[in-house]
Design a protein around this ligand. Structure first.
Ligand SMILES: Cc1cc2nc3c(=O)[nH]c(=O)nc-3n(C[C@H](O)[C@H](O)[C@H](O)COP(=O)(O)OP(=O)(O)OC[C@H]3O[C@@H](n4cnc5c(N)ncnc54)[C@H](O)[C@@H]3O)c2cc1C
Length: 463
Protein backbone atom coordinates (compact mmCIF):
# COMPACT_ATOMS: atom_id res chain seq x y z
CA UNK A 1 0.00 0.00 0.00
CA UNK A 2 2.78 2.44 0.92
CA UNK A 3 5.60 1.26 -1.43
CA UNK A 4 9.26 2.16 -0.77
CA UNK A 5 10.48 5.60 0.33
CA UNK A 6 12.41 7.49 -2.40
CA UNK A 7 15.69 9.25 -1.64
CA UNK A 8 14.20 12.75 -2.06
CA UNK A 9 11.86 12.76 0.96
CA UNK A 10 14.70 11.35 3.10
CA UNK A 11 16.93 14.22 1.94
CA UNK A 12 14.15 16.60 2.90
CA UNK A 13 13.99 15.09 6.40
CA UNK A 14 17.78 15.41 6.74
CA UNK A 15 17.59 18.99 5.54
CA UNK A 16 14.95 20.12 8.05
CA UNK A 17 16.21 18.07 11.01
CA UNK A 18 19.97 17.90 10.42
CA UNK A 19 21.85 14.78 9.33
CA UNK A 20 22.67 13.63 12.86
CA UNK A 21 18.99 13.02 13.60
CA UNK A 22 18.23 10.85 10.56
CA UNK A 23 20.00 7.49 10.46
CA UNK A 24 19.70 5.34 7.34
CA UNK A 25 22.37 2.72 8.10
CA UNK A 26 21.26 -0.88 7.60
CA UNK A 27 22.40 -1.89 11.10
CA UNK A 28 20.38 0.84 12.78
CA UNK A 29 17.30 0.15 10.64
CA UNK A 30 17.51 -3.56 11.53
CA UNK A 31 17.96 -2.85 15.24
CA UNK A 32 14.90 -0.62 15.35
CA UNK A 33 12.63 -3.01 13.47
CA UNK A 34 11.97 -5.18 16.56
CA UNK A 35 10.27 -4.94 19.89
CA UNK A 36 9.76 -7.50 22.69
CA UNK A 37 6.72 -9.20 21.11
CA UNK A 38 7.32 -12.93 21.64
CA UNK A 39 5.26 -14.21 18.67
CA UNK A 40 5.89 -13.84 14.92
CA UNK A 41 4.40 -10.56 13.61
CA UNK A 42 4.32 -8.53 10.40
CA UNK A 43 7.57 -6.54 10.34
CA UNK A 44 9.41 -4.38 7.75
CA UNK A 45 12.78 -2.69 7.56
CA UNK A 46 12.14 1.06 8.00
CA UNK A 47 13.66 3.57 5.54
CA UNK A 48 15.30 5.47 8.38
CA UNK A 49 15.40 5.89 12.13
CA UNK A 50 14.74 9.47 13.26
CA UNK A 51 15.97 10.83 16.61
CA UNK A 52 14.12 14.09 17.38
CA UNK A 53 15.55 16.22 20.19
CA UNK A 54 12.69 18.68 20.78
CA UNK A 55 9.01 19.37 20.19
CA UNK A 56 10.04 21.63 17.29
CA UNK A 57 11.93 18.74 15.67
CA UNK A 58 8.80 16.60 15.91
CA UNK A 59 6.69 19.35 14.30
CA UNK A 60 9.18 19.55 11.38
CA UNK A 61 9.29 15.77 11.08
CA UNK A 62 5.52 15.31 11.05
CA UNK A 63 5.07 18.20 8.59
CA UNK A 64 7.41 16.57 6.06
CA UNK A 65 5.97 13.09 6.64
CA UNK A 66 2.43 14.39 6.19
CA UNK A 67 3.39 16.23 2.99
CA UNK A 68 5.22 13.24 1.55
CA UNK A 69 2.89 10.50 2.84
CA UNK A 70 5.53 8.82 5.02
CA UNK A 71 4.25 6.47 7.76
CA UNK A 72 5.73 7.13 11.23
CA UNK A 73 6.31 4.42 13.84
CA UNK A 74 6.93 5.99 17.27
CA UNK A 75 9.17 4.11 19.66
CA UNK A 76 10.19 4.31 23.31
CA UNK A 77 12.38 1.45 24.53
CA UNK A 78 10.76 -1.21 22.32
CA UNK A 79 9.68 -3.29 25.33
CA UNK A 80 6.08 -3.56 24.11
CA UNK A 81 4.61 -7.04 23.81
CA UNK A 82 2.03 -6.51 21.05
CA UNK A 83 4.15 -5.15 18.17
CA UNK A 84 3.19 -1.50 18.88
CA UNK A 85 6.60 0.02 18.03
CA UNK A 86 7.40 -2.25 15.09
CA UNK A 87 7.50 -0.75 11.57
CA UNK A 88 5.21 -2.65 9.23
CA UNK A 89 5.94 -0.95 5.88
CA UNK A 90 9.29 -0.25 4.23
CA UNK A 91 8.34 3.28 3.32
CA UNK A 92 7.98 4.10 7.02
CA UNK A 93 10.37 5.73 9.45
CA UNK A 94 10.87 4.78 13.09
CA UNK A 95 10.73 7.80 15.42
CA UNK A 96 12.82 7.02 18.49
CA UNK A 97 12.33 9.36 21.44
CA UNK A 98 15.48 8.29 23.30
CA UNK A 99 17.13 11.73 23.00
CA UNK A 100 14.09 13.49 24.48
CA UNK A 101 14.83 12.39 28.03
CA UNK A 102 14.65 15.46 30.29
CA UNK A 103 12.29 16.12 33.18
CA UNK A 104 11.57 18.85 35.74
CA UNK A 105 9.87 18.24 39.08
CA UNK A 106 7.79 20.91 40.80
CA UNK A 107 7.88 19.69 44.41
CA UNK A 108 5.43 22.30 45.76
CA UNK A 109 2.81 21.52 43.12
CA UNK A 110 3.61 17.76 43.20
CA UNK A 111 3.77 17.63 39.39
CA UNK A 112 6.48 16.96 36.82
CA UNK A 113 7.04 17.97 33.20
CA UNK A 114 8.57 15.01 31.39
CA UNK A 115 9.76 14.24 27.90
CA UNK A 116 8.74 10.87 26.43
CA UNK A 117 12.20 9.26 26.40
CA UNK A 118 12.69 9.35 30.20
CA UNK A 119 13.26 5.85 31.65
CA UNK A 120 10.46 5.11 34.13
CA UNK A 121 12.70 3.73 36.94
CA UNK A 122 15.08 6.71 36.77
CA UNK A 123 12.15 9.11 37.14
CA UNK A 124 10.65 7.11 40.02
CA UNK A 125 13.95 6.94 41.91
CA UNK A 126 14.46 10.69 41.51
CA UNK A 127 11.00 11.72 42.76
CA UNK A 128 11.19 9.28 45.69
CA UNK A 129 14.31 11.04 46.92
CA UNK A 130 12.15 14.18 47.10
CA UNK A 131 9.53 12.38 49.22
CA UNK A 132 7.17 12.02 46.24
CA UNK A 133 5.78 8.96 44.51
CA UNK A 134 4.92 8.06 40.89
CA UNK A 135 3.17 4.68 41.30
CA UNK A 136 2.72 3.13 37.79
CA UNK A 137 5.15 0.21 37.87
CA UNK A 138 5.15 -2.03 34.80
CA UNK A 139 7.55 -4.95 35.32
CA UNK A 140 9.62 -3.42 32.50
CA UNK A 141 10.09 -0.19 34.52
CA UNK A 142 13.90 -0.47 34.57
CA UNK A 143 14.10 0.09 30.79
CA UNK A 144 10.67 1.17 29.46
CA UNK A 145 10.05 4.89 28.88
CA UNK A 146 7.39 7.25 30.19
CA UNK A 147 6.33 7.94 26.56
CA UNK A 148 5.83 4.22 25.93
CA UNK A 149 4.02 3.85 29.27
CA UNK A 150 1.70 6.74 28.40
CA UNK A 151 1.04 5.52 24.86
CA UNK A 152 0.20 2.04 26.26
CA UNK A 153 -1.50 3.27 29.46
CA UNK A 154 0.85 0.88 31.27
CA UNK A 155 -0.01 -0.71 34.58
CA UNK A 156 1.74 -2.85 37.16
CA UNK A 157 1.21 -4.43 40.59
CA UNK A 158 0.75 -1.12 42.43
CA UNK A 159 -1.93 0.08 40.01
CA UNK A 160 -4.38 -1.98 42.08
CA UNK A 161 -4.44 0.70 44.78
CA UNK A 162 -3.06 3.69 42.93
CA UNK A 163 -4.50 3.37 39.42
CA UNK A 164 -2.84 3.02 36.02
CA UNK A 165 -0.70 5.52 34.08
CA UNK A 166 -3.78 7.41 32.82
CA UNK A 167 -4.59 8.52 36.40
CA UNK A 168 -1.26 10.35 36.59
CA UNK A 169 -1.27 12.19 33.26
CA UNK A 170 -2.70 15.68 33.79
CA UNK A 171 -1.76 17.05 30.40
CA UNK A 172 0.12 16.34 27.19
CA UNK A 173 1.82 18.04 24.27
CA UNK A 174 1.55 16.17 21.01
CA UNK A 175 1.94 16.65 17.28
CA UNK A 176 -0.91 15.42 15.09
CA UNK A 177 -1.88 15.60 11.38
CA UNK A 178 -0.01 18.10 9.18
CA UNK A 179 2.45 18.86 11.99
CA UNK A 180 -0.19 20.55 14.14
CA UNK A 181 0.84 21.09 17.80
CA UNK A 182 -1.75 20.40 20.47
CA UNK A 183 -1.57 20.98 24.21
CA UNK A 184 -4.09 19.30 26.47
CA UNK A 185 -4.79 19.61 30.21
CA UNK A 186 -2.99 21.62 32.88
CA UNK A 187 -0.90 20.98 36.02
CA UNK A 188 -4.08 20.83 38.12
CA UNK A 189 -6.10 17.93 39.51
CA UNK A 190 -9.51 19.36 38.63
CA UNK A 191 -10.20 20.38 35.04
CA UNK A 192 -13.49 19.56 33.38
CA UNK A 193 -13.28 21.92 30.43
CA UNK A 194 -14.40 20.26 27.19
CA UNK A 195 -13.76 16.71 26.07
CA UNK A 196 -10.89 14.94 27.83
CA UNK A 197 -8.34 14.73 25.00
CA UNK A 198 -5.55 13.93 27.49
CA UNK A 199 -7.24 10.70 28.56
CA UNK A 200 -7.98 9.84 24.92
CA UNK A 201 -4.32 10.18 23.91
CA UNK A 202 -3.15 8.07 26.86
CA UNK A 203 -3.37 4.48 25.60
CA UNK A 204 -3.69 5.53 21.93
CA UNK A 205 -0.58 3.44 21.11
CA UNK A 206 0.99 6.02 18.81
CA UNK A 207 -1.94 5.90 16.38
CA UNK A 208 -3.29 9.44 16.91
CA UNK A 209 -0.07 11.48 17.03
CA UNK A 210 3.37 11.79 18.59
CA UNK A 211 3.56 12.70 22.28
CA UNK A 212 6.35 15.18 22.97
CA UNK A 213 5.85 15.93 26.67
CA UNK A 214 3.55 15.19 29.59
CA UNK A 215 2.53 16.80 32.87
CA UNK A 216 2.46 14.06 35.51
CA UNK A 217 0.76 14.03 38.89
CA UNK A 218 2.86 12.94 41.88
CA UNK A 219 1.62 11.90 45.31
CA UNK A 220 3.31 11.70 48.73
CA UNK A 221 5.54 8.67 49.14
CA UNK A 222 4.07 6.17 51.64
CA UNK A 223 6.12 6.13 54.85
CA UNK A 224 6.15 2.35 55.27
CA UNK A 225 5.64 -0.76 53.19
CA UNK A 226 5.65 -4.53 53.84
CA UNK A 227 5.32 -7.69 51.75
CA UNK A 228 3.53 -10.87 52.77
CA UNK A 229 3.71 -14.26 51.04
CA UNK A 230 0.55 -16.41 51.32
CA UNK A 231 0.99 -20.08 50.35
CA UNK A 232 -1.98 -22.19 49.16
CA UNK A 233 -2.41 -25.97 48.91
CA UNK A 234 -5.68 -25.57 47.01
CA UNK A 235 -5.98 -23.37 43.92
CA UNK A 236 -9.69 -22.79 44.46
CA UNK A 237 -8.99 -21.11 47.84
CA UNK A 238 -7.12 -18.24 46.16
CA UNK A 239 -10.25 -16.45 44.87
CA UNK A 240 -11.91 -16.81 48.28
CA UNK A 241 -8.86 -15.36 50.02
CA UNK A 242 -8.80 -12.37 47.64
CA UNK A 243 -12.49 -11.66 48.37
CA UNK A 244 -11.84 -11.94 52.13
CA UNK A 245 -8.98 -9.43 51.96
CA UNK A 246 -11.00 -6.91 49.97
CA UNK A 247 -13.98 -7.09 52.29
CA UNK A 248 -11.84 -6.68 55.43
CA UNK A 249 -11.05 -2.98 55.11
CA UNK A 250 -7.42 -3.68 54.09
CA UNK A 251 -6.51 -2.14 50.71
CA UNK A 252 -3.29 -3.83 49.52
CA UNK A 253 -1.01 -1.74 47.33
CA UNK A 254 -0.32 -4.91 45.32
CA UNK A 255 -1.83 -8.38 45.20
CA UNK A 256 -0.11 -10.75 42.79
CA UNK A 257 -0.84 -14.37 41.96
CA UNK A 258 1.39 -17.23 40.78
CA UNK A 259 0.24 -20.80 40.09
CA UNK A 260 2.36 -23.93 40.67
CA UNK A 261 3.88 -23.86 37.15
CA UNK A 262 4.75 -20.18 37.50
CA UNK A 263 6.51 -20.88 40.84
CA UNK A 264 8.46 -23.74 39.26
CA UNK A 265 9.43 -21.57 36.26
CA UNK A 266 10.89 -18.88 38.54
CA UNK A 267 12.73 -21.39 40.72
CA UNK A 268 14.27 -23.02 37.63
CA UNK A 269 15.28 -19.63 36.22
CA UNK A 270 16.47 -17.52 39.20
CA UNK A 271 15.84 -19.45 42.44
CA UNK A 272 14.69 -17.35 45.41
CA UNK A 273 13.52 -20.26 47.59
CA UNK A 274 9.78 -20.21 46.81
CA UNK A 275 8.17 -23.38 48.25
CA UNK A 276 6.39 -25.99 46.09
CA UNK A 277 2.69 -25.16 46.57
CA UNK A 278 -0.40 -25.09 44.37
CA UNK A 279 -0.47 -21.27 44.30
CA UNK A 280 0.79 -18.20 46.11
CA UNK A 281 -0.25 -14.62 46.66
CA UNK A 282 2.30 -11.87 47.00
CA UNK A 283 0.63 -9.13 49.02
CA UNK A 284 2.07 -5.65 49.58
CA UNK A 285 0.58 -3.15 52.01
CA UNK A 286 1.73 0.43 52.51
CA UNK A 287 0.88 3.48 54.60
CA UNK A 288 2.12 4.52 58.04
CA UNK A 289 4.30 2.16 60.14
CA UNK A 290 1.33 1.49 62.42
CA UNK A 291 -1.23 0.87 59.65
CA UNK A 292 1.12 -1.52 57.86
CA UNK A 293 1.54 -3.66 61.01
CA UNK A 294 -2.20 -3.61 61.56
CA UNK A 295 -2.91 -4.67 57.94
CA UNK A 296 -0.50 -7.60 58.21
CA UNK A 297 -2.16 -8.76 61.42
CA UNK A 298 -5.61 -8.64 59.77
CA UNK A 299 -4.39 -10.58 56.71
CA UNK A 300 -2.87 -13.27 58.96
CA UNK A 301 -6.08 -13.58 60.96
CA UNK A 302 -8.14 -13.89 57.78
CA UNK A 303 -6.05 -16.44 55.91
CA UNK A 304 -4.55 -18.70 58.62
CA UNK A 305 -7.94 -20.29 59.47
CA UNK A 306 -8.20 -21.28 55.77
CA UNK A 307 -5.02 -23.37 56.21
CA UNK A 308 -2.94 -20.79 54.33
CA UNK A 309 0.69 -20.41 55.42
CA UNK A 310 1.77 -16.78 55.82
CA UNK A 311 5.36 -15.52 55.67
CA UNK A 312 6.26 -11.84 56.06
CA UNK A 313 9.45 -10.48 54.47
CA UNK A 314 11.73 -9.47 57.35
CA UNK A 315 13.62 -6.70 55.61
CA UNK A 316 13.93 -4.70 52.36
CA UNK A 317 16.33 -7.32 50.91
CA UNK A 318 13.82 -10.16 51.38
CA UNK A 319 11.04 -7.99 49.92
CA UNK A 320 13.08 -7.17 46.85
CA UNK A 321 13.92 -10.85 46.37
CA UNK A 322 10.21 -11.75 46.34
CA UNK A 323 9.30 -8.95 43.94
CA UNK A 324 12.21 -9.76 41.64
CA UNK A 325 10.84 -13.33 41.47
CA UNK A 326 7.46 -12.00 40.36
CA UNK A 327 9.00 -9.56 37.89
CA UNK A 328 11.28 -12.19 36.32
CA UNK A 329 8.34 -14.44 35.43
CA UNK A 330 8.15 -13.22 31.82
CA UNK A 331 11.72 -14.25 30.93
CA UNK A 332 11.50 -17.33 33.19
CA UNK A 333 8.75 -18.82 31.03
CA UNK A 334 11.14 -18.72 28.08
CA UNK A 335 13.00 -21.59 29.77
CA UNK A 336 9.99 -23.91 29.69
CA UNK A 337 9.31 -23.92 25.92
CA UNK A 338 10.65 -21.96 22.96
CA UNK A 339 7.29 -20.28 22.12
CA UNK A 340 4.84 -18.36 24.29
CA UNK A 341 1.58 -16.51 23.74
CA UNK A 342 1.23 -14.21 26.72
CA UNK A 343 -2.17 -12.60 27.11
CA UNK A 344 -3.24 -10.05 29.69
CA UNK A 345 -7.00 -10.37 29.89
CA UNK A 346 -9.05 -8.78 32.66
CA UNK A 347 -12.13 -10.20 34.35
CA UNK A 348 -14.08 -8.77 37.27
CA UNK A 349 -12.59 -10.06 40.52
CA UNK A 350 -15.84 -11.73 41.60
CA UNK A 351 -15.59 -14.26 38.75
CA UNK A 352 -11.97 -15.30 39.38
CA UNK A 353 -12.71 -18.53 41.29
CA UNK A 354 -15.02 -19.63 38.49
CA UNK A 355 -12.90 -18.45 35.55
CA UNK A 356 -9.42 -19.76 36.45
CA UNK A 357 -10.49 -23.45 36.33
CA UNK A 358 -12.20 -22.68 32.98
CA UNK A 359 -8.90 -21.40 31.56
CA UNK A 360 -7.28 -24.63 32.76
CA UNK A 361 -9.98 -26.63 30.94
CA UNK A 362 -9.13 -24.76 27.70
CA UNK A 363 -5.45 -25.69 28.10
CA UNK A 364 -6.33 -29.34 28.77
CA UNK A 365 -8.68 -29.52 25.78
CA UNK A 366 -5.93 -28.19 23.47
CA UNK A 367 -3.29 -30.32 25.23
CA UNK A 368 -1.11 -27.28 25.99
CA UNK A 369 1.15 -26.23 28.84
CA UNK A 370 -0.39 -23.12 30.42
CA UNK A 371 1.01 -20.88 33.15
CA UNK A 372 -1.13 -18.25 34.88
CA UNK A 373 0.15 -15.38 36.96
CA UNK A 374 -0.61 -11.73 37.38
CA UNK A 375 -2.43 -8.92 39.07
CA UNK A 376 -5.23 -10.93 40.65
CA UNK A 377 -6.27 -7.99 42.85
CA UNK A 378 -7.58 -6.12 39.80
CA UNK A 379 -8.54 -9.23 37.82
CA UNK A 380 -5.72 -8.71 35.27
CA UNK A 381 -4.30 -12.16 34.59
CA UNK A 382 -1.42 -13.20 32.36
CA UNK A 383 -2.59 -16.43 30.75
CA UNK A 384 0.43 -17.92 28.98
CA UNK A 385 0.21 -20.76 26.47
CA UNK A 386 3.58 -22.36 25.85
CA UNK A 387 4.52 -24.26 22.70
CA UNK A 388 7.46 -25.48 20.68
CA UNK A 389 8.28 -22.89 17.99
CA UNK A 390 9.35 -25.63 15.57
CA UNK A 391 5.96 -27.34 15.92
CA UNK A 392 3.51 -25.36 13.76
CA UNK A 393 0.64 -27.66 14.69
CA UNK A 394 1.16 -26.97 18.41
CA UNK A 395 1.44 -23.22 17.72
CA UNK A 396 -1.91 -23.27 15.88
CA UNK A 397 -3.48 -25.06 18.84
CA UNK A 398 -2.15 -22.29 21.11
CA UNK A 399 -3.65 -19.63 18.81
CA UNK A 400 -7.06 -21.34 18.91
CA UNK A 401 -6.85 -21.66 22.71
CA UNK A 402 -6.15 -17.91 23.00
CA UNK A 403 -9.31 -17.13 20.98
CA UNK A 404 -11.29 -19.10 23.58
CA UNK A 405 -9.60 -17.26 26.46
CA UNK A 406 -10.61 -13.89 24.93
CA UNK A 407 -14.16 -15.13 24.40
CA UNK A 408 -14.31 -16.22 28.05
CA UNK A 409 -12.94 -12.88 29.27
CA UNK A 410 -15.57 -10.96 27.28
CA UNK A 411 -18.34 -13.30 28.44
CA UNK A 412 -17.39 -12.37 32.02
CA UNK A 413 -17.68 -8.64 31.09
CA UNK A 414 -13.90 -8.27 31.07
CA UNK A 415 -11.36 -6.92 28.58
CA UNK A 416 -9.00 -8.44 25.99
CA UNK A 417 -6.13 -6.41 27.42
CA UNK A 418 -5.42 -4.80 30.80
CA UNK A 419 -2.00 -3.34 30.08
CA UNK A 420 -0.13 -4.62 27.00
CA UNK A 421 -2.41 -2.89 24.50
CA UNK A 422 -3.82 -4.04 21.18
CA UNK A 423 -0.92 -3.25 18.83
CA UNK A 424 -0.77 -5.73 15.97
CA UNK A 425 -1.45 -8.92 17.85
CA UNK A 426 -4.94 -8.25 19.23
CA UNK A 427 -6.48 -6.22 16.40
CA UNK A 428 -8.91 -8.93 15.37
CA UNK A 429 -10.36 -9.10 18.90
CA UNK A 430 -11.01 -5.37 19.33
CA UNK A 431 -14.23 -5.51 17.32
CA UNK A 432 -15.38 -8.40 19.55
CA UNK A 433 -15.03 -6.10 22.55
CA UNK A 434 -16.43 -2.86 21.05
CA UNK A 435 -19.12 -4.23 18.73
CA UNK A 436 -19.68 -2.73 15.24
CA UNK A 437 -20.97 0.68 16.38
CA UNK A 438 -18.19 1.18 18.94
CA UNK A 439 -15.55 0.08 16.42
CA UNK A 440 -16.80 2.62 13.83
CA UNK A 441 -16.49 5.34 16.47
CA UNK A 442 -12.85 4.36 17.07
CA UNK A 443 -12.20 4.61 13.32
CA UNK A 444 -13.85 8.07 13.23
CA UNK A 445 -11.57 9.29 16.05
CA UNK A 446 -8.50 8.00 14.21
CA UNK A 447 -9.59 9.83 11.05
CA UNK A 448 -9.94 13.11 12.94
CA UNK A 449 -6.35 13.03 14.25
CA UNK A 450 -4.73 11.22 11.33
CA UNK A 451 -6.74 11.45 8.07
CA UNK A 452 -3.83 10.06 6.01
CA UNK A 453 -3.30 7.06 8.35
CA UNK A 454 0.40 7.83 8.85
CA UNK A 455 0.73 7.51 12.66
CA UNK A 456 1.55 3.87 13.41
CA UNK A 457 -0.64 2.53 10.57
CA UNK A 458 -2.01 -0.96 11.00
CA UNK A 459 -1.85 -0.84 14.80
CA UNK A 460 -4.92 -1.12 17.04
CA UNK A 461 -7.39 -0.82 14.13
CA UNK A 462 -7.37 -3.10 11.10
CA UNK A 463 -6.47 -1.24 7.89
C1 LIG B 1 9.54 -8.32 30.70
C2 LIG B 1 8.43 -7.37 30.40
C3 LIG B 1 7.50 -7.09 31.38
C4 LIG B 1 6.44 -6.20 31.11
N1 LIG B 1 5.57 -5.91 32.10
C5 LIG B 1 4.59 -5.02 31.90
C6 LIG B 1 3.70 -4.67 32.96
O1 LIG B 1 3.79 -5.16 34.08
N2 LIG B 1 2.74 -3.77 32.69
C7 LIG B 1 2.61 -3.18 31.45
O2 LIG B 1 1.72 -2.34 31.27
N3 LIG B 1 3.43 -3.51 30.44
C8 LIG B 1 4.41 -4.40 30.62
N4 LIG B 1 5.27 -4.72 29.60
C9 LIG B 1 5.04 -4.15 28.26
C10 LIG B 1 5.82 -2.83 27.97
O3 LIG B 1 7.00 -2.76 28.71
C11 LIG B 1 4.95 -1.62 28.22
O4 LIG B 1 3.90 -1.57 27.29
C12 LIG B 1 5.71 -0.28 28.16
O5 LIG B 1 4.81 0.76 28.49
C13 LIG B 1 6.33 0.02 26.80
O6 LIG B 1 7.23 1.08 26.96
P1 LIG B 1 8.38 1.33 25.88
O7 LIG B 1 9.08 2.58 26.24
O8 LIG B 1 9.22 0.13 25.73
O9 LIG B 1 7.51 1.59 24.57
P2 LIG B 1 7.57 0.89 23.15
O10 LIG B 1 7.42 -0.57 23.28
O11 LIG B 1 8.73 1.40 22.40
O12 LIG B 1 6.25 1.49 22.51
C14 LIG B 1 4.99 1.15 23.02
C15 LIG B 1 3.89 1.90 22.23
O13 LIG B 1 3.99 3.29 22.48
C16 LIG B 1 4.11 4.02 21.28
N5 LIG B 1 4.94 5.19 21.61
C17 LIG B 1 6.15 5.20 22.22
N6 LIG B 1 6.55 6.48 22.41
C18 LIG B 1 5.58 7.27 21.91
C19 LIG B 1 5.42 8.69 21.79
N7 LIG B 1 6.32 9.55 22.26
N8 LIG B 1 4.29 9.16 21.19
C20 LIG B 1 3.35 8.33 20.72
N9 LIG B 1 3.46 6.98 20.80
C21 LIG B 1 4.56 6.47 21.39
C22 LIG B 1 4.73 3.04 20.30
O14 LIG B 1 4.43 3.36 18.96
C23 LIG B 1 4.04 1.75 20.73
O15 LIG B 1 2.77 1.67 20.14
C24 LIG B 1 6.32 -5.61 29.83
C25 LIG B 1 7.28 -5.89 28.84
C26 LIG B 1 8.31 -6.76 29.12
C27 LIG B 1 9.32 -7.04 28.05
Amino acid sequence: MFGVLKRKPLDKLMEVLGKGKVNTSLVERRLYSYDATPIPIQRALPSAVIFPESHEDVVKLVSVCYEEGIPMFPRGAGSGLTGGAVPTVEKGVVVSFERMNHFDVNVDNATAEVQPGVITAQFQEYVEKLGLFYPPDPSSFKYSTLGGNIAENAGGPRCLKYGVTREYVLGLSAVIKDGLSIKTGNPVIKDVAGYDITKLLVGSEGTLGLITSATLKLIPKPRARATVLALFDKLEDVGKAVTKIFTSGVFPSALEFMDADAIKAVEDYKPVGLPKVEALLLIEVDGSHQSVQEDIRIIEELLRPMGVEIRTAKNREEEEKLWSARKSLGPALGNLKSGKINEDIVIPRIYLSEAIPKFREVAQRYNLLMVIFGHIGDGNLHVNFLYDKANREEEERAERAVDEVFELALRYNGSITGEHGVGLTKRKFLRWQFGDAGYELLKGIKLLFDPKNLFNPGKVLED
